[in-house]
Design a protein around this ligand. Structure first.
Ligand SMILES: Cc1ncc(COP(=O)(O)O)c(C=O)c1O
Length: 403
């Protein structure tokens, strides 16, 4: 049987997955998964009454609208209005998830073989989403020594004949870094000048750490002020997975902005793409106003969890064993992840030792294409008890390796 080259990924189980599967099976005490970033498994908030909103009796009727139901699009508009961004419902397209939105945007902008510039390090799923559309990803460097600011020279040099978009993650996963204010206008200008689009993934925009900045940087969504890169066609992506921590409900969106002509064309084409799938369920669209109205409470609960676990890392690292281990935490502005650094061991060897000997799982840095060796990435969502026990084990293991 012949299959597409696009889906011919190497599916052989890697060593780490094998070791993790064995450790989970044979664990005598609780296996502590510090990569757990599914909020529905972390006991953060009781969402039963919100999920019950999907039982709205109006959901018995199927009246498909490719762009999404008006009530849901208006709820997205209200979400941006709360953050001071003016988005009109006509420029919002609903999808089943941010991942699906990426697929639609790659179809909209790229022919097979065209390129999209992506930050490195960043979210590993991009390579699969791009493969599925026959799109080539060209990485541009985020500079670790400058708080993950964009390396402008590298980005500019990467724009070629076949470049169709610059993808930004604001704030980035897993570095937790926002697009710097100083780079914002530059990015929109350079994209406008080359006639390429900007795709901005803002799924973690509401998760700034209080002490990192006084105010969260603005969204890229909405009409821009005169002269502020007003030529670049911009697609802002987000969705319920992170915005309210309910990934199982499957609702994402794209907010389109730019020049009138570009926006009109993009919207018309997106409507046909969305019409080809009609993937968004009616019940979730009807529930969107209630779900997004509950957002401040849900975000507050998730932020309390991530801030608490971040503080737990710092307490662990300040303990005598923590100090002696040479383990440190990289600064983080926002998001659900923290980066731990040590220089004595390769990240894969350390992760494997943690799984085998301590029943603790963290992501090795290479998973996200960090240039630096020895980094671990941990999710800040696990319960405080699991997180502290896991972090204590990480510190003990790194300390033991230093002896
Ligand atoms: C940066 C980023 N974008 C998109 C997604 C996927 O979001 P969705 O569940 O809406 O597809 C994730 C999920 O972790 C993510 O980290």
């Amino acid at each position: 049987m012949k299959f597409s080259a696009r889906t011919g990924w190497d599916r052989t189980e890697n060593d780490l997955s094998r070791v993790v599967a064995e450790a989970r099976k044979s664990a005598t005490s609780r296996f502590l998964d510090l990569t757990e970033s599914n909020p529905t498994r972390c006991g953060i908030v009781d969402t039963r009454s919100l999920v019950a909103e999907l039982g709205d009796p109006r959901g018995v009727l199927y009246e498909p609208n490719p762009m999404g139901h008006a009530v849901a699009r208006e709820a997205v508009v209200a979400y941006y209005a709360r953050r001071g961004a003016h988005v009109s419902a006509a420029n919002v397209v609903l999808s089943a998830s941010t991942s699906e939105s990426y697929g639609w945007l790659f179809k909209l902008l790229c022919d097979p073989g065209d390129e999209v510039l992506v930050p490195s390090p960043s979210y590993p799923l991009f390579s699969f989403l791009a493969d599925l559309e026959g799109v080539t990803l060209t990485p541009f460097r985020l500079e670790p020594e400058r708080a993950w600011r964009i390396d402008r020279d590298d980005l500019e040099a990467s724009i070629g004949e076949r470049t169709r978009a610059i993808l930004l993650v604001h704030p980035n996963n897993p570095t937790g870094s926002f697009i710097a204010d100083a780079d914002r206008a530059w990015l929109l200008e350079i994209a406008g000048a080359h006639g390429i689009a900007v795709i901005v993934d803002e799924v973690f925009l509401d998760y700034a750490f209080d002490d990192a900045r006084r105010t969260t940087p603005p969204s890229f969504a909405g009409e821009r002020a005169e002269g502020e890169g007003d030529q670049a066609l911009t697609f802002v992506l987000s969705g319920l997975s992170k915005v309210v921590g309910l990934p199982q409900l499957k609702l994402g969106w794209v907010a389109v902005s730019g020049s009138l002509a570009d926006v009109d064309e993009a919207r018309a084409r997106l409507e046909l793409i969305a019409d080809s799938y009609l993937s968004v369920s009616t019940p979730v669209q009807l529930a969107a106003p209630a779900l997004l109205a509950a957002q401040p409470r849900l975000v507050a609960a998730i932020r309390a969890r991530t801030a608490g676990n971040l503080a737990a890392i710092d307490r662990c690292l300040e303990s005598p064993e923590g100090r002696a281990s040479g383990l440190s935490r990289r600064p983080v502005e926002a998001g659900w992840y923290a980066i731990l650094a040590q220089s004595r061991w390769g990240d894969d060897a350390l992760v494997e030792a943690l799984v085998r000997h301590d029943g603790v799982l963290a992501h090795p840095g290479f998973f996200f294409d960090f240039e630096e060796e020895g980094l671990l990435v941990v999710s800040l969502l696990p319960t405080p008890a699991d997180f502290e026990a896991g972090m204590a084990a990480v510190v003990r293991r790194v300390f033991a390796l230093t002896l």
